[in-house]
Design a binder for this molecule. Sequence first.
Ligand code: UT7
Length: 334
Amino acid sequence: MTMPRSIILGCGSYLPERIVTNDELAQRVDTTDEWIVERTGIRQRHIAEEGQLTSDLALAAAERAIEHAGIDVDDIDLVILATTTPDQTFPSTATKVQAALGMSNGAAFDIQAVCSGFLYGISTADAFIRSGQARTVLLIGAETFSRILDWEDRGTCVLFGDGAGAVVLQASANGADKDNDASAGHNQERGVLSTHLHSDGKLNNLLYVDGGPSSTQTVGHVRMVGREVFRHAVTNLAAVVDEALDANSLEREDITWIVPHQANKRILDSTARKLGVSPDRVVTTVDRHANTSAASIPLALDAAVKDGRIKRGDLLLLEAMGGGLTWGSALVRW
Ligand code: UT7
């Protein structure tokens, strides 16, 4: 049986103009540039202007991805937007982007998996394409995380930033043979090879917002037991990388680039060390972008594609962990 494979045709990203340095934050809370750099690797973050919404960031990233992919807006039949900071509780931010793009066909919806949102999105997009329910999917990760931070809490406010990244996925012209095994060349073809999602809701007290429409009728602020989240991140991310490689009969040495969620440079380094992968093969943007939740993977991907590091045929391992806890990976042949 043949089914289409999802090819990533293009990518794009957008960061708000305003840059906030660690020194600026040190004027607001009891912290220092040294502490933030040493414990997280973060040097600065971009923060959206007042009135600049998640949908504005998402639209800018989407337009760049559509241009890079060389498609027409009318080709898109599904918009998926991963975010924890929607413009409104409803309608979905995806439908706002759909309208702003001038689309009048297809479907649009949001996905909520916090920092794993882009991976949940790529898995969903891939499932729609493989099942024939969609041919061209615009997938966006976009956040204005600055809006849900407690700017008095030094344990969280220094960690996050705003931004958006997007990709266009399209069904390949020649389908992948589902009955073929990896040794028959399946893992050498271009496109999404596999995705792997996990969650453990018993751990949702480690990273959450203390509000919501149904509970407090407020948006709430980010709360995190940082050290515990860190511990789970290193263990779960290494495991999910191996799971993805095993599913495709590939080895750690086959990975050209790890494109991880950017939460903390120490998590990126520890995961790379645990996997025996050189830190040079990890795309790192956390120093400049900080943690942009669902936007961080497509922002990192776009940076490495546009500066020429990621080339056609490279094997990319995307991985993330976030609130829920949720975590996952995707293997993509670029
Ligand atoms: O994207 C979703 C996933 N999120 C993550 O993966 C985040 C995972 N966690 C982390 O990245 C780290 O745990 C943090 C960066 C959040 C914290 O680093 P840590 O090395 O785990 O520090 P800690 O929480 O154990 O705190 C150590 C000390 C504490 O002081 P005491 O109790 O030892 O006196 C904190 O109060 O550092 C203090 N501290 C700060 N000091 C200066 C916490 N935040 C700050 C700060 N500036 N901004």
